[in-house]
Design a binder for this molecule. Structure first.
Ligand code: DOR
Ligand code: ZN
Ligand code: ZN
Length: 392
């Protein structure tokens, strides 16, 4: 396995804190195997598989299964995310301790795509997670403000007659959870920050010394709600695509470290759930195989991040947030490493049919993007090379 890296960029393998793999329950749209392939091709060596599967990952039986299946596939470490509450219903805390102690060793508990909106349950969840040394990742959506909403509340949605999702639905929960984390002396992580106001709140909370971290998705760094003009359901996502001013604020925040990392929110959906009317389509977009290129387009090309910065937001900061301390530290000579090799000069055109994901709901279809992953190594073993999976 000699790989010639002349003229290329070598970074630590990427870590995605937020991936939906749909197994168990919707294997027609993604499996741990197909999602692992997509991740390896995207330069990832670890992904965190969200808990909103069917059944929900709210017991160690499921979280252990996800980890074991990922190890069997052997392309990336598939870390299970556990549900914060039983059935994601937000009423009763799940047995986080049992999930954390299982072979899946759950490090993140989340409510995605629901929201722990009862402040008392959230406070208890933060205290419990803190006592276990695990992280709560909050989807930050006040559901009483987003009922029926399908698009960012603003001029575009009103003109198109789409029910609006206000910024306050996100920001009110971010503010509340920052304060709950402060009082509980606990850490909290904000999933997919999408508004300029969330950025301001993160700045404020961090300045107070609150242990808060946040992620941003590639799609929220590139796309805004002007995309909705076509009514193409591929653009429906939670939280929704916002306005150009939000996109600019998110880019700046990621450059400055106010937002800590990139997470894909890779959300595969079947064609039939995406080909219908905008308001009837399921929310979510593919992200694993395009993430690096979108970060180069939105952050590296405009001079907001250099390659060192890409390593920080796609690998080192996610590792730090979740306590995977084997990533991003200096390696001993001969020690097997998680690595991604990138051709910075390459260009490629996204073709949904060519992606390793089973689903095809990429919003980047037919776009020509910069930079390509040419090799991914998991603990020294080649997992992907020039766009193809290398069988273990
Ligand atoms: O767009 C989204 N899709 N946002 C979420 O929070 C959940 C996700 C999904 O599971 O499809
Ligand atoms: Zn979410
Ligand atoms: Zn999600």
């Amino acid at each position: 396995q000699t790989v010639d890296g002349a003229g290329q960029v070598l970074l630590p393998g990427f870590i995605d804190l937020h991936t939906h793999l749909r197994e168990p329950g919707r294997e027609d749209t993604e499996t741990i195997e197909s999602g692992s392939a997509a991740a390896a091709l995207g330069g990832y060596t670890a992904v965190f598989a969200m808990a909103n599967t069917s059944p929900v990952a709210d017991t160690a039986v499921i979280t252990d299964y996800v980890w074991k299946r990922g190890q069997e596939v052997g392309l990336v470490d598939v870390h299970p995310v556990g549900a914060v509450t039983v059935g994601l219903e937000g009423k009763q805390l799940a047995e986080m301790g049992t999930m954390a102690a299982g072979v899946g060793a759950v490090r993140i508990f989340s409510d995605d795509g629901h929201c722990v909106y009862d402040p008392l349950i959230m406070r208890r969840a933060l205290e419990y997670a803190n006592s276990l040394g695990v992280l709560i990742a909050q989807h930050a959506e006040e559901p009483r403000l987003t009922k029926g909403a399908v698009a960012h509340e603003g001029p575009t949605a009103s003109r198109l007659g789409l029910a609006g999702w206000p910024r306050a639905a996100e920001e009110s929960i971010v503010a509340r959870d920052a304060l709950l984390a402060r009082d509980a002396g606990a850490r909290v992580h904000i999933c997919h920050a999408s508004t300029a106001g969330t950025v301001e709140l993160l700045k404020w909370a961090k300045a107070q010394g609150i242990s808060i971290t946040a992620e941003v998705t590639p799609h929220h760094l590139l796309l805004d709600d002007s995309r909705l003009e076509t009514y193409d359901a591929v653009n429906r996502v939670n939280p929704p695509l916002r306005e150009a001013s939000d996109v600019a604020a998110l880019r700046q925040a990621l450059a400055e470290g106010v937002v800590d990392c990139v997470a894909t929110d890779h959300a595969p959906h079947a064609d039939q759930d995406k080909c219908c009317e905008f308001a009837a389509a399921r929310p979510g977009m593919l992200g694993l195989e395009t993430a690096l290129s979108i970060i180069v387009e939105t952050m590296v090309k405009p001079g907001l991040l250099d390659w060192r910065g890409v390593a920080r937001v796609m690998s080192e900061n996610p590792a730090r947030i979740v306590g995977l301390d084997d990533q991003g530290r200096p390696l001993a000579v001969g020690e097997p490493a998680n690595l991604v090799l990138i051709d910075p000069a390459a260009e490629w055109t996204v073709e949904a049919d060519d992606l390793a994901s089973i689903a095809r709901n990429t919003p980047f279809q037919a776009m020509t993007l910069p930079a390509k992953v040419t090799a991914t190594f998991l603990r020294g073993r080649l997992t992907a090379r020039d766009g193809k999976i290398v069988a273990g």
